[in-house]
Design a protein around this ligand. Structure first.
Ligand code: SAJ
Length: 459
């Protein structure tokens, strides 16, 4: 039997010999010393993680290179929206366990939770990870644990982070522990999932995995599963790719249904009654900083192999254009139309606008000559790059010829068609997320078009 490790397959006996009891005990000893940690990157993952460790009794130095983020947090503010996060951060700060800095300081463990976006050419941009690893170097000491949480292409931990850390003169596996521990939390449910989800921990060696297990078991209640670093990187990319490919399938089903005059929502509901079928939801496209980005890391790493993954990405990336095509069919000539666009976030009930298909749809409508006024209840003052933003819903609706619903935010579920009809000039609604009750809106004189239903004409 053999254990795949760092791209190399080595025999189990060798694995056991290398990572046997002596190291394991070292890891046990290290564990009790996780009294002070340093979390680099205070975004959607780093801030909840730092605060959760702090409220579990660990002294945490939260580090962010953005002085605005540091100032906001130090002054009791919050730069991101996530349910429950304000209370958690306040509790962490009040406990005295969480401090916010622009630079790391000495600690027993360092967690890197910085963004890994892609560049124009869809290649991974690892500059933030590299900068964070370099920032740790002056503070790295023998016996420290370094954890990478940022989603990264395969082999980043052993091929990029480890060599950077070794510029300290310390050696991986001998002087410091190193692990890849992917975050798997769903925006909107981060605080609960951080604690309850199972956690995959990939060590560059067995002691590193054990050391990271001891760190995360301070608050994780889900099962902790140990593997090697590269497998853990692959696991993370597989999870998000799996979702992306399945959403692409749902979007393709929607397009097929529109062509055949079928209601895709009804068809999906019926297909999902099969015990082994679970089709996801079509929509305006796939956004956010994870699912629309991560599969490209696999395409980049092996373009000759990742063919389905690339196609799924392309299908999802085309969906905003498809929605605009539906708008053209529903609204007629777009030039000169005043369109009220509801929702700009990348998905329901978050304030995150990154890679949002809703924003792309607004831009495409503008390019077609429409006058778009958007309303985003969770980011009323967002910078939206040329999309005028209404401070209140009514302002967006006032005098609009058409309404396009782009995000299934909870507050939109209770929109009153009567009130909307009073404010709008026209009576056409394009629902890209299947939130509106067709009968209610049609009862108020609206023409309702939905993604996956098209104009509802069956030959
Ligand atoms: N979407 C659809 N149809 C669906 C589900 C989602 O069109 O049926 C769209 C959403 O509207 C959104 C995009 O896909 O635009 C992504 O949303 P999501 O809720 O699927 O995922 P994220 O990006 O918010 O979070 C994902 C999660 N990964 C998986 O579910 C496998 C989360 O667990 C990860 O931690 C996160 O990526 C991450 O940080 O990587």
């Amino acid at each position: 039997m053999s254990v795949p490790l760092f791209g190399v397959t080595i025999g189990t006996q060798h694995y056991k010999k290398c990572f046997a009891a002596r190291h394991f005990q070292l890891a046990e000893k290290i564990a009790v010393r996780f009294q002070k940690i340093c979390v680099l990157g205070l975004g959607y993952i780093g801030l909840p993680t730092a605060s959760t460790f702090a409220t579990h009794g660990v002294q945490v130095v939260g580090v962010d290179v953005n002085p605005d983020v540091v100032n906001t947090l130090r002054n009791g503010g919050l730069h991101i929206h996530e349910p429950g996060l304000r209370t958690l951060v306040q509790a962490a700060l009040r406990s005295g366990n969480l401090t916010i800095q622009e630079q790391p300081s000495e600690a027993e463990a360092f967690i890197i939770a910085v963004p890994t976006p892609f560049q124009e050419d869809k290649l991974a941009d690892l500059r933030a990870v590299e900068a964070a690893a370099q920032a740790i170097v002056p503070y790295l000491k023998k016996g420290n644990l370094v954890v990478l949480e940022s989603t990264s292409p395969p082999l980043t931990t052993v091929g990029k982070v480890a060599p950077l850390l070794e510029t300290s003169g310390l050696r991986r596996g001998e002087d410091f522990y190193l692990a890849y521990v992917p975050e798997r939390v769903l925006p909107g449910y981060i605080l609960r999932e951080l604690i309850e989800n199972d956690r995959v921990i990939g060590g560059i060696d067995r002691p590193s995995a054990e050391a990271a297990r001891h760190l995360y078991s301070l608050f994780v209640r889900g099962e902790i599963l140990l593997t090697d670093a590269t497998t853990a990187e692959m696991v993370k990319l597989m999870e998000n790719t799996y979702r992306d490919v399945n959403i692409a399938l749902a979007n393709e089903f929607a397009r097929l249904a529109e062509r055949f005059g079928v209601n895709v929502w009804e068809a999906i509901e019926l297909a999902n009654r099969h015990p082994r079928v679970k089709i996801l939801r079509p929509g305006p496209g796939v956004g956010g900083h994870c699912i629309s980005v991560d599969p490209w890391f696999l395409v980049e790493a092996a373009p000759d192999l990742a063919r389905l993954i690339r196609t799924a990405r392309q299908v999802n990336d085309e969906q905003p254009q498809h929605v605009v095509e539906l708008a053209r069919q529903a609204f007629g000539e777009l030039a000169g139309l005043r369109v009220a666009a509801l929702g700009l976030a990348y998905k329901a009930d978050v304030d995150d606008l990154r890679e949002s298909p809703a924003i792309e749809i607004c831009h495409l409508l503008q390019q077609a000559g429409a006058e778009v006024i958007a309303y985003e209840p969770y980011r009323k003052e967002a910078q939206t790059n040329g999309i005028p933003l209404a401070a209140e819903l009514d302002q967006a609706l006032q005098g609009a010829d058409c309404l396009i619903l782009l995000v299934a935010h909870r507050p939109f579920g209770t929109l009153s068609p009567t009130a909307v009809a009073r404010a709008m000039r026209g009576r056409t609604v394009l629902d890209a997320v299947n939130l509106l009750n067709r009968a209610m809106w049609e009862g108020e004189g609206f023409q309702v078009i939905k993604v996956g239903e098209g104009l509802g004409v069956r030959p």
